[in-house]
Each structure stands twice: as C-alpha cells, then as structure tokens.
Design a protein around this ligand. Structure first.
Ligand code: F6P
Ligand code: MG
Length: 478
C-alpha cells in the first residue's frame, strides 16, 4: 500500500530534502534546546531541572546524529503504541542513515524521536518545545487577525440575521455571492498556510505580515496554479439543497496560530451559511513539524480571543527585540475579537465544531496507508461530505511524497484515497516541498523558467517557498 514510484530522499541534492536535513533541522533542534534551557532555568523543581539537563543532552545527540549522517536508531519504548510501527519501518529500511533515507519518514521520525525524549521523563511528559514560538507568531499576526475578525463579524451577522449576503437582491445573485464568498473564505484559509514556522528560519516578520493581508491575497490569486474550489462548492451546495440532515465537513489541520485562526474562520462561515452542519477538526497528538495544531493550541487560541486586550498587551518576541511598546486595541477591535470568541465557543459547546485527535496523523507513513492501518479513522472520514487536507505536509502524505511526473492526475497520486475510496478529498496546499501533481502539460516547465524557479538545474525550486499553491479535489464517492 505504498506507490511504486520512489519517494524523495535526503540523498538527492536537487530536492528540498537535502536542504532540510543539512540546514533546517539543526536550526529547529537548536531552538528546541534553547527552549528547554529557558524552561529549566526558571524552574525550582530539582527533579525537573535534572531531567531538563538530560533532555538537552538527548536533543543535542539527535542533532549530532542527523548532521553527521549517523544511523537512525530505534525509538525507545515510551509506552505509546506507534513505537512498534516506527521501528518496523526502520528495520525494513535496513540501517538507514540520515543523509540517505526517504525524506518523509525521516522527518516524521525526527519529531517522534523528540516526543519520545520528553515521554521518558516524569516532569516533562507531553511538553511542547514549540508552544512559545507558536503563540508569539500568532501575536505578530495582529493586523491580519483584526482585519479578518471585522469582516467575519459582518458576514456572519448578515448570514445569521437575514440569511443573505450583503448586496445580493435576487436568488441568483445570492447564489453567485455565496459561491464567491465560499471561494474567498477558502483562499484565506489556503494562504494562512504560507506562514508556517518551520520555514521561518528563512522568513522575516515583515514577510509574514505581507503574506497575510487581503491585498496580498488578491495579488496571489494568480499563484494558485490549479483551483478546484468550484467543484467543492458544488458538492456542499447540492447536499444543502437535498436537505441532507447531517452535513459534515472535516479539516485535517495543519498549523496553529494564524492558520488555525483562518481555519476557524472558514469553519464558522460554513456553519453560518448552512453549507455544513458540523465541522470535525483533526489535530496532532505530539508536537509536530514545529507549528502543527495540538488540542491545547486550539483552547489557547480561543482563550486568547476571550480577553484580547490582555493578550495583546504582551508583545511578540519580534516586537520586543524591535523595542516596541504594546498599542491597546480600539473598542471596535475588541468587539470584533470578542464576537469571534463568543461565536466559536458557542459552536464548540454545541458540538458543531468538534476536535478529534488520532495517532494515525503522527505515524511515519503516508496516507496511502489509512485504510489498512487506521480503519476506524478511514470509516469515520467516509461519513463526511468533504475532507479538507490543509498544508504542505498533508499534501506530501496524500501523494506519498513520491517523485510523480507533475502531470500525474491528483486522483491517481493519492492512491487508495482516490475515486472509489468513499472519501471526498480537497487539498488546500501552498507548495513548500518538491512533490506536485495534477498540473497541465508544460506548467512545471513554465514556472521553472521564472526567476528562482530552478531552471535547468533539475531542482523544482519554485515549489519550495510557499509562493505557489494548488487546490485539488478528488470525489471518492464516485
Ligand atoms: O518544506 C518545508 C517543510 O518543513 C516540510 O518539511 C513540510 O512538509 C512543510 O514544510 C511543513 O509545512 P506545512 O506546515 O505547510 O505542512
Ligand atoms: Mg505544519
């Protein structure tokens, strides 16, 4: 249940894999070590301090092994059921070394190994070395958060009180307006993924803010090289017209902070517009790829919005370094943020927004394995009208991170989740890795020829930076 096409490998100098293992992962681990240092420093608990020192030495060892191309060692038994699967895979790979192992598996192993270090202690179980970073980056998204909350309040109020979209007079106009609004909400949700912390080793704060504003979004529309949003809208609209009682939309989440914020904007919109009756969110179970959502990130985000003035009275790390002082929010800004808080808390309490973790999402294999290794999760997703897969890693996992020709149909590249699977897949992905499928003939070559696109180097560099995106749909119920 893996594709025959070979996967991207850390040994390929033309792949983003090789940049990742050599340059990015050491930086991520160093930041993690700093975080544990910081936390140990403020602790008064002897046992915690002792364990903290041990964790630092373990993380430093991991960094050394990855940088110096040592073998990937079996995961210690930390009491979780997925250890066996990781270790079986390692065995099958046969003494795999860091610089010549499939990229996807080794990257998952990296985060799983970090988690196992914490799991082996008493005082640090489940500790998230990325939590501080996630919250701080969310703080620095303030301008975009405020802009979107005002817009959300306006749209949702209109939909809930008058069941219409502002300005729409006839039924036909309303239908059109709803389609446009749906696409806009999905595009906000898509570009929210461009600001991901694992790439922040190269992005500046200004870059992030530019990526998030509405102007930027409009300008970026031409960068969505395949856009199947109309198909997705048609599915939700027909279910709504057929008056199907339970109409569920699932989101396989990616990153916390701003991206989770825009996921909730989309979720709340779909419910208010009647395009869905329930939204099921799928977070991760261990700190994952730096910025991915854990259940506690969801709760923290909601509570930050509950008292926005207090939340923004603290500065983000970037602002502190820049010597800025906090600017209080205006009354209107507080009102829109609180509106979000109330709306989302209400939907969560009423069971219309549900959080459903599953260890499958942090296993080392691709989603080609879903039907076999996680039959319960698979059966559950079949119940959904539409399953959104957010972000780059989920896309790599859907396509098994294999080196498909770029013109391979999306429905073929997702293997067992394609037509006949019973699962309707919609991938919303800004490209941050090599794999890309479903492109029209000649498109890959065209973009390669643009500045920084990779040219004739053999590397698909254009697909690494999050500048380009694909929105691809597969109707598994056909
Ligand atoms: O390409 C860089 C990278 O860190 C990949 O390793 C990973 O697939 C991706 O970014 C994470 O991005 P996202 O949060 O969009 O899944
Ligand atoms: Mg992520």
């Amino acid at each position: 249940y893996d594709p025959k096409i070979p996967q991207y490998n850390n040994s390929d100098p033309n792949s983003f894999a090789s940049v990742s293992v050599r340059d990015r992962w050491p930086v991520i681990l160093t930041q993690g070590i700093d975080d544990v240092h910081r936390e140990t420093h403020v602790s008064k608990d002897e046992e915690k301090i002792k364990e903290g020192k041990w964790i630092v030495s373990e993380l430093a060892r991991l960094k050394y092994e990855a940088q110096h191309d040592r073998e990937l060692t079996p995961l210690p038994d930390d009491g979780e059921a997925d250890v066996a699967g990781y270790n079986e895979e390692l065995k099958a790979l046969g003494n795999a070394k860091w610089h010549s192992v499939p990229w996807l598996f080794s990257e998952c192993y990296l985060y799983r190994r970090i988690a196992s270090t914490f799991n082996q202690t008493q005082k640090w179980k489940g500790y998230d070395i990325f939590a501080r970073q996630k919250m701080s980056t969310f703080r620095s998204s303030r301008p975009a958060v405020i802009e979107l909350s005002a817009r959300y309040k306006e749209i949702v109020t209109e939909l809930e009180s008058k069941h219409t979209v502002k300005g729409a007079k006839t039924q036909e106009e309303l239908g059109q307006a709803e389609r446009i609004l749906f696409k806009e909400m999905c595009e906000i949700c898509l570009w929210g993924n461009a600001t991901d912390l694992s790439l922040l080793t190269t992005l500046t704060y200004e870059d992030i803010q530019k990526l998030q504003g509405s102007e930027a979004r409009k300008a970026s529309e031409k960068n969505i090289i395949v856009n199947d949003l109309d198909k997705a809208f048609n599915i939700l609209r027909s279910a709504q017209k057929a008056e199907t009682k339970e109409r569920r939309v699932d989101i396989i989440l990616d990153n916390a902070g701003f991206e989770l914020f825009v996921d909730l904007i989309l979720a709340g919109y779909l419910l208010a517009a009647g395009l869905a009756t329930t939204i099921v969110l799928h977070p991760k179970s261990i700190p994952w790829f730096v910025s991915d959502v854990l259940p506690q990130d969801f709760l923290q985000l909601i509570s930050a919005l509950g008292d926005p003035q207090a939340f923004y009275s603290e500065l983000s790390d970037d602002d502190k370094h820049a010597g800025k002082t906090p600017t209080p929010l205006s009354e209107t800004e507080v009102a829109s943020l609180k509106f979000l808080f109330e709306h989302w808390s209400h939907l969560h309490q009423e069971g219309q927004i549900v959080l459903r973790p599953n260890r499958f999402w942090t296993e080392g294999g691709s989603f080609w394995r879903l039907p076999k290794t996680a039959p319960n999760a698979y059966e559950d997703l079949k119940e959904s009208e539409l399953v959104l897969f957010k972000g780059d890693l989920n896309y790599r996992k859907l396509t098994a991170d294999a080196a498909w020709p770029a013109t391979t149909p999306f429905t073929e590249a997702i293997g067992p989740l394609g037509p006949g699977s019973g699962v309707r897949v919609l991938a919303l992905r800004t490209c941050k890795a090599d794999v890309v499928v479903g492109l029209p003939e000649g498109e890959d070559e065209r973009i390669k020829a643009t500045e920084g696109g990779g040219g004739d180097s053999g590397a698909r560099k254009w697909a690494w930076s999050g500048k380009w995106a694909v929105v691809q749909f597969s109707d598994g119920k056909l």
